[in-house]
Design a binder for this molecule. Sequence first.
Ligand code: HEC
Ligand code: HEC
Ligand code: HEC
Ligand code: HEC
Ligand code: HEC
Ligand code: HEC
Ligand code: HEC
Ligand code: HEC
Length: 280
Amino acid sequence: MKTIHKLAAIAALSLLILLIGLAAQCSNAETPTPVPPTQAPAPTKAPEPTKVPEPTKAPEPTETPVPTKVPEPTKLPEAAPPQIPHPTEGLDNCLLCHDPAGDVKPAPAAHKDYTLELCTTCHQPAASGATIPQIPHALEGQDDCLLCHDPAGEIKPAPATHKTFTIQQCTACHQPAASQATVPTIPHPTDGLDDCLLCHDPAGDVKPAPAAHKDYTLELCTTCHQPAASGATVSQIPHALEGQEDCLLCHDPAGEIKPAPATHKTFTVQQCMSCHKPQQ
Ligand code: HEC
Ligand code: HEC
Ligand code: HEC
Ligand code: HEC
Ligand code: HEC
Ligand code: HEC
Ligand code: HEC
Ligand code: HEC
C-alpha cells in the first residue's frame, strides 16, 4: 500500500513538473514572436531579448515618441554628436578609451549598447586634428615620453585624460611639429662641467636655459643636448700660461684688454681651463 501511494505521489509530481515545464515553454515561445519584425532593422540588437520591454528602444521611426532615440543624428539639432578631435588611424578600437564604464574618456551611459561599427556613423573626425598639440621638440632619443609627460609627473605632465595611455599610443595622436626647435648642441666640454645648472639655471644669470626648462633635472640635460662633434667652438689659449694665471686681469668681460664674452661674467678663474685648453 505504501509503495502504491508513493508511486502515485511521484507520478502526480512528475505530471505537475511536466505541466509547469510545458507552460514555461509556451510562455517562452510567445515572447520571440513580436521580436523579428520590430528588431529587423537593427540585426545587431536581435540576440538581446532584454531590450524588448524597453519602450525607449522602439525602433519604429514613425512613432518617434522619444526624439533623442531617433537614429538619424541630422534630425537632432540639440544633441549634435561631438566630432572626434583626434586621428582615428590606429585608434579604431574606440571602446578601449570610450567604454561608458571605463575611466579614460567614457562615452555617455546611453551609449552602453552601441557597437564599434556605429561610432563613426554619428561621430565624424574633426576637419583638422588641430586640437591635438604637436610635438615641438625633436623625437630622437626621446622615446620614453612618459619620463617627462607622466600625467602624475612634474616635468611637463600630460592631461589627466591620458592616465591610461601607453607610450605606443602617443604618436598616434601627437605628430611632430613641422618646425621643431632644434636642440642646440653643447659647444663646450662637459668634463668637469657636469653641474649644468650652475651656469644654466633658467633663473640664473650666467647663460640661463629657457624658462620652459625650469623643471628639468640634471639627468635630463644630456638626453636632449649632445656634446658638439668637436669642442672647436671653445677657443684655445694662444699664449703661454706661465705668469698668466690671473686670466681675468686681461679677460674680465667688463675690462678693456681682451674681454671675454658677456656670457662669462660670473665665471671664476678656476673654471677657465675646464673649457679653454692651451693651443697645441
Ligand atoms: C587611445 C585612446 C582613444 C581611442 C582609441 C579613441 N579615443 Fe576618442 N578620445 C580620447 C581622449 C583622451 C579624448 C579626449 C581628449 C580631450 O580631453 O580633449 C577623446 C575624445 C573623443 C571625442 C570628443 C569628446 C568630447 O567631449 O568632445 C569623441 C567624439 C571621440 N573621442 C570619439 C572616438 C571614436 C569614434 C573613436 C574610435 C574611432 C575614438 N574616439 C578612439 C581617447 C581615445
Ligand atoms: C546615434 C548616434 C551616436 C552613436 C551611434 C554614438 N554616439 Fe557618441 N555621442 C552621440 C551624441 C549625440 C553625443 C553627445 C550627447 C551626449 O553627451 O549624450 C555623444 C557623445 C559622445 C562622447 C562624449 C562624452 C563626453 O563626456 O563628452 C564620446 C566620447 C562618444 N560619444 C563616443 C562614442 C563611441 C566610442 C561610440 C561607439 C561605441 C559612439 N559614441 C556612438 C551620438 C552617438
Ligand atoms: C626629456 C623630457 C621629454 C621627453 C622624453 C619627451 N618630452 Fe615632450 N615635451 C617636453 C617639454 C619640456 C615640453 C614643453 C615644450 C618644450 O620645452 O619643448 C614638451 C612638449 C611636448 C608637447 C607639446 C605640449 C603643448 O603644450 O603644446 C607634446 C605633444 C609632447 N611634448 C609629446 C611628447 C611625446 C609624444 C614624447 C615621446 C615620443 C615626448 N614628448 C618626449 C619634454 C619631453
Ligand atoms: C587619443 C589621442 C591622444 C593620445 C593617444 C595621446 N594624446 Fe596627448 N593630448 C591629446 C589632446 C587632444 C590633447 C590636448 C587637449 C587636452 O589638454 O586634453 C593632448 C595634450 C597633451 C599634452 C599637453 C599638455 C599641456 O599641458 O599642454 C602633452 C604633453 C601630451 N598630450 C602628451 C602625450 C603623451 C606623452 C602621450 C602618450 C602617453 C599622449 N599624449 C597620448 C590627445 C592624445
Ligand atoms: C661653468 C659654466 C657652465 C657649465 C657648468 C655648463 N655650461 Fe653650458 N654653457 C656655458 C656658457 C657660458 C655657454 C655659452 C657659450 C657661448 O656664449 O657661446 C654655454 C653654452 C651651452 C649650450 C649652447 C646654448 C646655445 O645657445 O647654443 C648648451 C646646450 C649647454 N651649454 C649645455 C650645457 C650642459 C648640458 C651642461 C652640463 C653637462 C653645461 N652646459 C654645463 C657655461 C656652462
Ligand atoms: C626636452 C628636451 C630638452 C631637455 C631635457 C633640456 N633641453 Fe635645453 N633646450 C632644448 C631646446 C629645444 C632648446 C632650444 C629652444 C628653446 O630655446 O626653447 C634648448 C635650449 C637650451 C639652452 C640655450 C639657451 C639660449 O639662450 O640659447 C641651454 C643653455 C639649455 N637648453 C640648457 C639645458 C640644460 C642645462 C638642461 C638640463 C637641466 C636642458 N637644457 C634640458 C631642449 C631640451
Ligand atoms: C696679461 C694679459 C693676459 C692674461 C693674464 C691672460 N691672457 Fe689670454 N689673451 C691675452 C691677449 C692680449 C690675447 C689676444 C692676443 C693673443 O692672441 O695672444 C689673449 C687670448 C686668449 C684667448 C684666445 C681668444 C681668441 O680670440 O681666440 C684665450 C682663450 C685666452 N686668452 C684665455 C686665457 C686664459 C684661460 C687665461 C688664464 C689662464 C689667460 N688667457 C690669461 C691676454 C692675457
Ligand atoms: C663653459 C665653458 C667656458 C668657460 C668655463 C670659459 N669659457 Fe671662455 N669661451 C667659451 C666659449 C664657448 C667661447 C667662444 C664663444 C663665445 O664667444 O661665446 C669663449 C670665448 C672666450 C674668449 C674669446 C673672446 C673673443 O673675443 O673671441 C676669451 C678671451 C675667453 N673665453 C676667456 C675665458 C676666461 C678668462 C675664462 C675664465 C674666467 C673662460 N673663458 C671660461 C667657453 C668657456
